[in-house]
Write a protein that binds this ligand. Structure first.
Ligand code: FAD
Ligand code: DHB
Length: 402
């Protein structure tokens, strides 16, 4: 947690953002003896208060182990061997383990991943500046990069070899690259997700992804006593419009009769609305600046890929930087963008596909709806189609470049 290691005037890698991407990169580089400074504009408490992803792929779990922070995830995380799809009131199980030759996912919240990484960074006394103001990055195109920010009223310039832009979709790094050097691709979906966190046991042992005539819903969890539920909602909805009672009533209407009867409700301990977006910015490198995670790409949350993609970017970037320092080779850095983007686009495709399949599209009545129904019927009847879903859901292997 926050600590007061002095701010250096020089570091090897300056990391902007203390989300999962920035913190994991810092820890992987530290394990390889490379110095980092992390600059974060929010407080540590604020970062930990954001309730986001919950599903960890094996590749991400392996990365957390490699960073030395996997112990609590192994103790407290819930391994999931399958997920359920509920379509028009009927549940169908996707046997992740059986369809992928033994792969599964772990349910362990992003908040917990972040806390484990923050604790490890504090224990190693590595410098992190929280509540940094006026963060800006300079010199990355000319070869003399530095970051500038204000902390406790004092202006700091920190020189570095590389800048890692891990500052999320609304960060400062991507907009610092000349627009003419970037190519962006975007799809904004005409609905959002209303999420509720509740101290009540999950409705089922496995996650349930629900397609109903009233819209998508997701039953997820954080532990055996804490559940996370989502409802597709119109984009113009405000959290204040949704009382707890209204949320639970609407969720029950979208679930199958068994789940509706089994649902244990309670007062919400967090309630928020997230818009859904697909976004990719290419390339992920400009000079000495490297983008990773949400700073470079966004997926709609349906496939549970956002956090996992951030982790796989960071694995590639950490290895490339280690190769630079240890072997004096820039091959990994030169290939980073192409290598990461090949994986990113596959996750973008899967997330777009699952979103398109499971949500109500207001403008989609008629032909589009029949296409969804036909695809779902095919999926339920075809082991091959289920295998495609399962191998993407558990996460594609790191070396799947093409
Ligand atoms: P972030 O977690 O966004 O971290 C970036 C950090 O940079 C933040 O701490 C931010 O404060 C900091 N920062 C920003 N600007 C600056 C600046 N100028 N200077 C310094 N620091 C800065 N994924 C799923 O898989 N499932 C989900 O259910 C899910 N739900 C989500 C809900 C919401 C509301 C959002 C926004 C995302 C959700 N995601 C979900 C996506 C997932 O949480 C992200 O993919 C993941 O957080 C990416 O990690 P990151 O470190 O790249 O970015
Ligand atoms: C959660 C979020 C997702 O987007 C998802 O696909 C699965 C789980 C969650 O917050 O638990």
């Amino acid at each position: 947690m926050p600590h007061s290691t002095p701010i250096p005037s020089r570091t090897q890698v300056a990391i902007i953002g203390a989300g999962p991407a920035g913190l994991l990169l810092g820890q992987l580089l530290h394990c390889a003896g490379i110095d980092t400074l992390i600059v974060e504009r929010q407080s540590a408490e604020h970062v930990l208060g954001r309730i986001r992803a919950g599903v960890i792929e094996q590749t991400t779990a392996d990365a957390l182990d490699r960073a030395g922070v996997g112990a609590r995830m192994h103790r407290e995380g819930l391994p999931h061997d399958g997920v359920e799809l509920c379509v028009d009131g009927q549940r169908h199980r996707i046997d992740l383990v059986g369809l992928t030759g033994g792969k599964r996912v772990v349910v362990y919240g992003q908040t917990e991943v972040t806390r484990d990484l923050m604790d490890a960074r504090a224990a190693a006394k590595l410098p992190t500046v929280y509540e940094a103001q006026e963060v800006s990055i300079h010199g990355f195109e000319s070869g003399k990069p530095f970051v500038r920010f204000r902390s406790n009223g004092e202006l700091h310039d920190v020189a570095c070899d590389f800048i890692a832009g891990c500052d999320g979709f609304h960060g400062v790094c991507r907009p610092s690259i000349p627009a003419s050097a970037l190519h962006t691709f975007e799809r904004v979906y005409p609905f959002g997700w209303l999420g509720v966190l509740v101290d009540a046991p999950p409705v089922s042992d496995e996650l349930i992804y629900v397609r109903s005539p009233r819209g998508f819903a997701l039953c997820s969890m954080r532990s055996r006593t804490r559940s996370r539920y989502y409802l597709q909602c119109p984009l113009n909805n405000k959290v204040e419009q949704w009382s707890d009672v209204a949320f639970w009533d609407e969720l029950r209407r979208r679930l199958d009769p068994q789940a509706a009867a089994d649902l244990v409700t309670g007062p919400s301990i967090e309630k928020s609305i997230a818009p859904l977006r697909s976004f990719v910015s290419e390339p992920m490198r400009f000079g000495k600046l490297f983008l990773a995670g949400d700073a470079a790409h966004i997926v709609p949350p349906t496939g549970a890929k956002g956090l996992n993609l951030a982790a796989s970017d960071v694995l590639l970037l950490a290895d490339a930087m280690i190769e630079h320092y240890d072997e004096h080779s820039d091959a990994g850095l030169d290939h980073y963008s192409a290598h990461a983007l090949a994986r990113v686009w596959k996750a973008e495709r899967f997330s777009w596909w699952l979103t398109s399949l499971m949500h109500n599209f207001p403008e989609n009545a008629g032909f589009g709806e029949r296409m969804q129904e036909a695809e779902l019927a095919y999926l339920m009847g075809s082991r091959a189609a289920q295998q495609v879903l399962a191998e993407n859901y558990v996460g594609l292997p790191m070396d799947a470049r093409r």
